[in-house]
Design a protein around this ligand. Structure first.
Ligand SMILES: C[S@@+](CC[C@H](N)C(=O)[O-])C[C@H]1O[C@@H](n2cnc3c(N)ncnc32)[C@H](O)[C@@H]1O
Length: 303
């Protein structure tokens, strides 16, 4: 059963509204339907709700590359067999290959993201001997126990409904002596964008569902690691604010890196209109700064 009460940083009335939605979702059973939550996320990244996702690298490459570099500088990649879960367009996988990884397995549940990743990594000159691609869910990996020296997860955990179960699954595929390194959304991540989104979305379609985005703080991540049997646990927090030229540009960054998964609940004929309404709000309220709150977490499995 995924957690019910949302603890991200947001104004009190909106937090109450999100949590009321969760309570209704629990009563109706929606809160336990984790397959439906994952399907929405997958569809968002598959571009089923908007074309914004095709601008993922254009708008988000430097953001994710920055986080990837901070994460990977603590990991010894040399000669290691690595799996990058929720690889997206392959930003972290490429950096790991450049750092001497022997083999990388790229996993994402979105076919579109995986195809973009494949194209980019093959264009960079890597072949089947060092790289493979799997369309799969982080919570059900198609790999045997003890397969990898390193498991990586860059900005994915906040989008997964069963976070503890996912950490246990990541640990299952880790070899004794291996390590998990992840970055995740902290409580204040994208807080201005989320606040603006929730203020503009059409509540008629949104009440009664568990929110799909679940930021976590350092202690919560440490507990997930401990409960998965990992040792040498260590966390770090990075926070900064990106300034965009206009509110519209800030919205475009937010939309391109999220795939607008929340549009799932809207009838298809009004999705574009609703998206434009939110974008116009960002512009008129001058929402030009977006906070990044990233928690890095590391843990290893005893030999
Ligand atoms: C914010 S993007 C991060 C992508 C990439 N790690 C990066 O740093 O650019 C989140 C990615 O996680 C993938 N994802 C979300 N939930 C997943 C799950 N349960 N299993 C596998 N992939 C998932 C999405 O499809 C998307 O590609």
């Amino acid at each position: 059963m995924p957690t019910l009460f949302w603890t991200g940083k947001i104004s009190l009335p909106l937090r109450i509204m999100i949590n009321m939605g969760s309570i209704i979702a629990w009563v109706t059973g929606n809160a336990r339907n984790t397959s439906a939550m994952k399907e929405k996320m997958k569809n968002g990244y598959d571009g089923k709700y908007s074309d914004y996702i095709h601008k993922y690298d254009e708008m988000g490459l430097s953001h994710y590359a920055e986080i990837s570099k901070k994460l990977i500088e603590k990991v010894d990649c040399s000669g290691k067999e690595i799996v990058d879960i929720g690889c997206g367009t392959g930003i972290l996988s490429l950096i790991s290959l450049e750092k001497g990884a022997a083999k990388i397995t790229c996993v994402d549940m979105s076919k579109l993201m995986l195809d973009k990743c494949k194209k980019k990594i093959i264009a960079a000159g890597y072949n089947d001997d060092v790289i493979s691609f799997h369309e799969a869910d982080a919570e059900r990996l198609p790999f045997a126990d003890n397969t990898y020296d390193v498991v990586l997860l860059n900005m994915v955990l906040g989008m997964v409904p069963n976070q503890q179960a996912t950490l246990i699954e990541l640990t299952r595929v880790l070899r004794p002596g291996g390590c998990i390194a992840l970055s995740s959304h902290g409580p204040a991540h994208y807080m201005e964008a989320i606040e603006s989104l929730i203020k503009t979305i059409n509540m008629r379609y949104f009440s009664g569902h568990r929110f799909e985005f679940w930021p976590r703080d350092e202690n919560e991540l440490k507990n997930f690691f401990m409960n998965s049997g990992l040792n040498n646990i260590h966390t770090e927090r990075l926070t900064w604010r990106d300034e965009f030229k206009s509110g519209s540009e800030a919205f475009d960054f937010f939309a391109s890196t999220s795939g607008l998964w929340w549009n799932h609940r809207l009838p298809p004929e009004i999705r574009d209109k609703e998206t434009e309404k939110t974008r116009a709000y960002f512009q008129s309220k001058n929402v030009t700064g977006i906070t990044s709150d990233v928690v890095l977490a590391f843990g290893s499995l005893s030999k």
